[in-house]
Write a protein that binds this ligand. Sequence first.
Ligand SMILES: [Zn+2]
Ligand SMILES: [Zn+2]
Length: 184
Amino acid sequence: MTDQGGADTPDQWFPLRQSRTRAILRPVLAGSQALPQTLTGGCRCGATRYTLALDAMPPIYCCHCLDCQSWSGSAFSEQALIREDAITVTGPVVDYRITNASGAESHQWLCGVCHARIYNTNSARPGIAVVRAGTLDASDTVTPRTHIWVKRKQPWVTIADDVPTFAENAPPAEFIAIMMRARA
Ligand SMILES: [Zn+2]
Ligand SMILES: [Zn+2]
């Protein structure tokens, strides 16, 4: 995927609008059907809480694009990839909706009190939610599997040599292979 309109940010996380890509993603999304464990997280103020119906901590990645730097107010975003129906939110969550250059509708789900961003969904990738991994109660137990948009990485951020990186978006098949890799 290339820059769109000259912006140094990904129009989307990757082009899941392609049905082939959705087919690639299906095993990831189906991989957490068993529900023996409940994972939890929430916003800064505590008004919004969520549970994830997953059997283990979800795989996470980091994005260093300019959008993610602006959204997070930090050097990069740390995101978990899950099935949308695996997240149950309680509290005053609100939907900040934007339309991307591609025409896809992006929904940013925020705590209505402290405005912490909890997760997002996108009409271009139905059924998938991207959770801000820093909102997980056990966020200290996850390690990013890959970093994307490292051409915009802050120079002081050091990534271990054995962690795959991509200058911009990762090719979807390669990205999914990394995210599906068996947990250590
Ligand atoms: Zn809050
Ligand atoms: Zn990003």
